[in-house]
Design a protein. Structure first.
Length: 646
């Protein structure tokens, strides 16, 4: 190699350029270390160490330029520094490649990977320096730096491809910029390899242009790479902030919907309580009229529909309360086939007149224990989903079968067990309800999230709570839910309910009241509704009780101060003072006073308000004369230990 510049100028200028490069490379390493601490990405850790290795590889020639100039005078020191420089160059290429592999695969950093790469790079660098000893100056330069340039070129081109793939998945100006700069650096390193390879064949002359231009190009590309990294991750920060803002907005919208549902539930509970008072008056007076109307009288044909209508109204109110935040648990034994036949008309309206509701009832003797209003809610939700899934005219089929899950059968189905049984189904007798539609069906991704609260495919039209409620209600009954669906092939929901031993409880028809089981005790009736108060007073008086009436807590306390009282029958919702305060004051005046609470709300809801219906006795509204007298008599005859305060 013929020098056109003085050797001292060559090394001084080279040292200055290498110091500038080392500063830029160190700045990139610091930025990458900072980004790694912020984003916790393993590939950033490898790339940060790669640029740190590149910084250290340029320091020997930048710091000890005179030593490299007089390498013949210090051959051992020159050999050690050269081996270190080349080893760091190989470490840089290896760390870029390993970081790229982590970026592409998304895997976590394998243990001891960084240490292993360092040892391999050290061994390669030392081997390259030792192997180049017998060669001339051009051969030594190519072996030491040309081969590392080739490895670096491949590493940078692979990194450019990996970042470009990430930019295709999540378009970003910063990602595309980094990919282009990495590609340019890789091509520049490839050019360096080509120049050194050509220098082996025909040595080239070195002037200031050939010395300065490659370094300036490298400095420019490294500065652009630094800017690209910053833009990339700043844009990621902005995208993450936008995504979090949108997620927060969605959560706020969901919270608003939940609050709306809670408000609707509370309103439903209040309306149901008032309506139960009306139903109590209607049911009770109808019962009194039936009691005075002999069999065969023409008025009985007019009174009996009123009785049935009031009973149906009570069922509707229980359904309304089932949608309240604290739903009642009015479980009873149901014959599933008969229940579906009664509900068919309602389901037909939900499915739509243009669609068909088909019943395939094959379990006439099977019965389950459930709250009728909750079970109705399950079917209404599934029917509404089927209606939304129909793309044209559709068919919704309800199929029931009585099946047995043997103790030795596998939890997922045959052999030994019924087909389609959900995993973990306990052995025993079951009634299976299949809700089958021929709608658009669902993908496997949708099925995986089907029962998640707030997950919906209906956009703003759905709350995402329907199927979550279905699963919760079925599991509360001791059953399980399984789903089968495919796009374009419809959907089948299989609901498994454990069968009960005895048959379904028959619906009680309201008829003439039986001979009441009365008494002669004094009952204080605290009821704010005028009609219900008069009705209960008449029922109790007909049974022989002495009845004192009060519309609020003040009147009740006045009676308690003036009269002897055996039992207080108190509505749980009173104007002014709460029922809990009224009862406590009554029991303070009359220690050991027996209490019977009554309300149109559920007992579970009263417990939330601080009352204890389980300890005092509870009579839900609407009630009949028979139910009222039975509850009063049971409370009066209760042992002393059961006559506790509210």
């Amino acid at each position: 190699m013929v020098a056109l510049v003085q050797e001292s100028q060559f090394f001084e200028l080279g040292a200055a350029l290498f110091r500038t490069q080392a500063a830029v490379h160190g700045l990139i390493a610091l930025v990458l270390f900072g980004l790694q601490r912020a984003y916790r990405s393993d590939f950033l850790r490898h790339w940060a160490w790669a640029w740190l290795a590149l910084t250290l590889s340029t320091l020997p020639i930048a710091t000890f330029a005179g030593l490299f100039q007089g390498s013949e005078a210090h051959p051992r020191a020159w050999l050690v520094l050269t081996a270190l420089e080349v080893s760091l160059g190989y470490a840089h290429a290896g760390l870029v490649a390993s970081g790229t592999w982590l970026l592409v695969t998304g895997r976590r950093e394998p243990r001891r990977l960084l240490g292993g790469l360092g040892l391999v790079a050290l061994a390669l660098g030392a081997a390259a320096v030792l192997a180049s000893g017998p060669l001339d100056a051009h051969g030594r330069y190519f072996v030491r730096y040309g081969l590392s340039s080739l490895a670096t070129a491949f590493a940078f081109l692979a990194a450019a491809w990996a970042v470009a793939q990430a930019a295709r998945r999540e378009p970003s100006l910063g990602r595309w910029g980094v990919a282009l700069v990495l590609c340019a650096v890789g091509l520049a390193q490839g050019r360096t390899f080509g120049v050194l390879l050509g220098d082996l064949v025909e040595p080239a002359e070195v002037d200031l242009t050939t010395l300065i231009v490659p370094h300036l190009v490298d400095l420019t590309l490294q500065a652009m790479l630094l800017c690209g990294f910053l833009v990339w991750f700043f844009q990621d920060d902005r995208r993450a902030l936008v995504s979090q803002t949108q997620a927060l907005a969605r959560q706020e919208e969901r919270l608003r919907r939940v609050e709306q549902l809670g408000a609707v539930g509370r309103a439903a509970g209040g309306v149901a309580h008032d309506f139960n008072n009306l139903l109590t008056a209607i049911t009770g007076h109808t019962e009194l009229l039936l009691a005075r109307t002999p069999a065969g009288h023409p008025d009985r044909d007019d009174l009996q529909p009123i009785a049935h209508a009031s009973a149906r109204g009570a069922e509707l109110v229980r359904g309304l309360l089932a949608r309240a935040p604290r739903a009642p648990t009015g479980e009873r034994v149901l014959a599933l086939d008969a229940f579906l036949q009664e509900l068919a008309r309602t389901l037909t309206r939900v499915v739509g007149a243009e669609n068909t509701l088909a019943l395939d009832l094959g379990a006439p003797r099977a019965a389950l224990r459930a709250d009728p209003s909750q079970l109705e809610l399950v079917l209404l939700n599934l029917a509404a989903n089927a209606h939304d899934a129909f793309t044209g005219r559709g068919i919704l089929c309800l199929r029931t079968r009585a099946l047995e899950q043997p103790a030795d059968g596998p939890p997922g189905g045959p052999p030994g067990g019924p087909p389609g049984a959900p995993p973990g189904l306990a052995p025993g007798a079951y009634v299976r309800l299949e809700v089958i539609d021929d709608g658009c069906g669902m993908t496997s991704e949708v099925q995986a999230r089907l029962f998640e609260p707030f997950f919906t495919t209906k956009g703003g039209r759905g709350t995402g709570l329907g199927l979550a409620s279905v699963q919760a209600i079925v599991e509360r009954c001791g059953g399980a839910v399984a789903v089968t669906s495919a796009p374009g092939r419809g959907t089948t929901f299989r609901l498994w309910f454990p069968c009960v031993e005895r048959g379904a409880e028959p619906d009680v028809e309201l008829g003439p009241a039986p001979a009441p089981v009365g008494g002669s005790e004094t009952v204080l009736l605290v009821e704010d509704d005028h009609n219900v108060r008069l009705l209960a007073q008449r029922m109790l008086a007909r049974a022989g009780y002495r009845v004192l009436t009060a519309a609020d807590g003040r009147q009740a306390l006045e009676h308690a101060r003036a009269e002897a009282i055996d039992l207080v029958l108190c509505d749980a919702v009173l104007p002014g003072a709460s029922a809990r305060e009224v009862v406590h004051e009554l029991q303070a005046l009359k220690p050991g006073l027996r209490v019977l609470l009554t309300s149109g709300h559920a007992a579970a809801e009263l417990e939330q308000e601080g009352l204890a219906p389980a300890a005092t006795g509870f009579l839900p509204k609407p009630y009949s004369s028979r139910e009222l007298l039975a509850a009063v008599r049971a409370r009066l005859d209760a042992p002393a230990a059961d006559r506790s305060a509210v």
